[in-house]
Design a protein around this ligand. Structure first.
Ligand SMILES: [Fe+2]
Ligand SMILES: [Fe+2]
Length: 171
């Protein structure tokens, strides 16, 4: 794991976070100038920009699908927390944070229909890099602590969660 993502002690969620980090790192992979200083779509012909826009949209769509599955997985785990004030407050704040991030990424992704793909892709990358580390170290870690305090071990063999993962793998 890198400096962005820390382990929270839940095997499946830690695995998903690693995959998320990989996807974030690949967002700008469609651009041949990626990594060059001052890279921008204005340096490329229109036909290339159209192609890049399509590739960027595909990458971001895949990423959003993964993020949505990951959030559903965490929300399923939270549904298993006890019904007390501390847990209810955590679930409310955690779900709100997921909803806000999803809305923010979807908003930028919507601009890919017409905007410069490289600038928009790197904007999504920066938003996710900044958000992910703090969210995992804060709310995700706390969720794992609350979960460990009330359950024994992993829930990987839980039927509902297994179905959720299976659906994602085969979609
Ligand atoms: Fe997470
Ligand atoms: Fe989360």
């Amino acid at each position: 794991m890198s400096d962005i993502v820390c382990k929270i002690g839940h095997k499946e969620i830690d695995r998903q976070h690693e995959e998320l980090e990989l996807l974030i790192g690949q967002i700008d992979g469609f651009c041949v100038r990626s990594g060059e200083e001052g890279a921008a779509c204005e340096q490329c012909p229109d036909a290339q920009i159209v192609l890049c826009r399509q590739q960027a949209s595909d990458i971001v769509r895949h990423l959003l699908k993964f993020v949505s599955m990951h959030f559903r997985y965490e929300q399923e785990l939270m549904r298993r927390l006890p019904d007390n004030e501390e847990c209810r407050d955590h679930v409310r704040r955690h779900q709100l944070a997921h909803a806000e991030l999803s809305a923010q990424i979807s908003r930028i992704a919507g601009q890919l229909r017409e905007g410069a793909p490289f600038a928009l892709a790197t904007k999504i990358q920066t938003v996710l890099e900044n958000w992910t580390g703090a969210h995992i170290a804060g709310l995700d870690r706390r969720m794992s602590e609350l979960h460990r305090g009330h359950h024994n071990g992993e829930l990987d063999d839980d039927a509902e969660l297994a179905v959720l993962l299976d659906r994602h793998v085969h979609s």
